[in-house]
Ligand binder design. Structure first.
Ligand code: FES
Ligand code: FES
Length: 181
């Protein structure tokens, strides 16, 4: 990593961040952990394989995509908007969680995770998937295949994935406009 620093400005969880001088080449996950104390994004493989470190990148057109923060430099996100796991649930003025998102609640209701190390990445991936379904619904008969294709890259060492996929299916079926007959 270079010791050269450059300013970084972005939006994280709907709040403006920066400009902050950040070392050129610093991975985004290190910036989140070390500069902002946003430690809910987990470091797994560090090589772009496991997707534990995934956050949501919010595009100007309102759509969202997944980004792995272990293989992307912090400056890659300059001028962009992201959502980390800390920014999903609704919180009160004291920062206490008031209401989980449907994806988060479904993961709990379905006992989808065990150690939880992969869960922040799954929340990001599943939320992006549901957002995509709202824009481009799938047929009911194709939903399970679509879920598996969407979350296939997320690795979980504890579970058999079935409960994660069942949880996402329940959210898709309960969210108007995601599934067509
Ligand atoms: S820690 Fe980023 S993909 Fe594994
Ligand atoms: S719940 Fe432990 S790695 Fe997924």
């Amino acid at each position: 990593m270079s010791l050269e620093k450059r300013p970084l400005t972005l939006t994280i969880n709907d709040k403006p961040v920066g400009p902050i001088d950040v070392p050129v080449g610093m991975p985004m996950i290190d910036f989140l952990h070390g500069y902002l104390n946003l430690t809910g994004t987990h470091f797994g493989c560090g090589q772009g394989v496991c997707h534990a470190c995934t956050v949501m990148e919010l595009r100007p057109d309102g759509s969202a995509t997944e980004s792995r923060t272990c293989i992307s430099d912090a400056h890659f996100f300059n001028g962009k908007s992201i959502r980390t796991i800390e920014g999903h649930a609704q919180r009160d003025a004291n920062g206490e969680v008031r209401e989980l998102t449907p994806v988060q609640q479904a993961f709990i209701d379905h006992f989808s995770f065990q150690c939880g190390y992969c869960t922040a990445g799954f929340v990001a991936g599943a939320t992006v998937f549901i957002d995509q379904l709202k824009r481009k619904p799938v047929k009911r008969a194709e939903l399970e295949t679509a879920i598996e294709a969407s979350l296939d890259d997320h690795i979980c060492r504890c579970t058999g994935y079935v409960r994660y996929y069942e949880a996402v299916k329940s959210v898709a079926l309960a969210t108007p406009g995601c599934v067509v007959d």
